[in-house]
Write a protein that binds this ligand. Sequence first.
Ligand code: SF4
Length: 319
Amino acid sequence: MKKALAGEGLGFAEGVEFTRTPISEIYEILAVTDKVRDHFKGSEVDLCSIVNAKSGICAENCSFCSQSSHYETGVESYPMIEASDISGAAAKAEALGAREFSIVTSGTKVSGPEEIATLVSALTEMRAAGEMERCASIGNVSRDSLLKLKEAGLQSFHHNLETSRSFFPEVCTTHEYDEDIASIKAAKELGLYVCSGGIFGLGESFEQRVELAVTLRELGVDSVPINFLDPRPGTPLEKAKNLSPLECLKIIALFRLMLPTTDIVVCGGRPKNLGHLQPLIFAAGANGMMIGNYLTTPGRDATDDLKMLAELGLKPRGH
Ligand code: SF4
């Protein structure tokens, strides 16, 4: 714990050793990770929310994703929505208590000047409307487009690596891991706050979870979104088993111990995988969570999440 409290984080070998801790010791682990979270993050919790601004028809083949055109999933597909619909969704999320709002689009990247123009308008409207922090998750975009978006008010860039480099070929074969790394580096170079994490429960090994944490630390990401697989009908992983709630807590704890000063935000798959143990994500080390609906699956009622925070003695950041 001393190392984590000093802000250093476990090394690869220590991380792997940690993953071998029996699950029966989870409450000893939570006692440590809760202290580390409290030391660096205090009692404030980051709440973020998203809009799925362009859905489906994605040319990539990520094995967990219902928006891939490689699978018959029946997911709703639509082109980029209007800028006013994006800023309207942001206003609704702010009213629910979210501090950060992310515009998410399906696909390898936003395609062409029209989509960039829509995003520029949406960001401009959001900036004029208030204090909400503005994020985008729009695939692998060029440095020039990112710069345009930054000038329009983009503060944060989200781009998940999804899993470790060694497991990535099992998850996606339509683009290279290095393309994702390059996008993250470009956003860091432009001074954007960078969120990058992954999705767990795809069949990755404990070592591969540690490998992902090391890569994210090397990249210096500011926030790590942690998603848990909610198997989608029609995808190659439709029959995958959910992780146990205790294993989910151990994954969050691993990331808190390996990246002690980084924001750790629990996102998709929370209700489905953690069930009644959702309040323990903060003891495990998370200092943020996504509220409202996820990309293609419903979240739980945001008022229940706010009530949970109040009962835990935590409060949303900025409120
Ligand atoms: S995760 Fe993103 S890139 Fe992969 S298939 Fe889904 S929408 Fe496409």
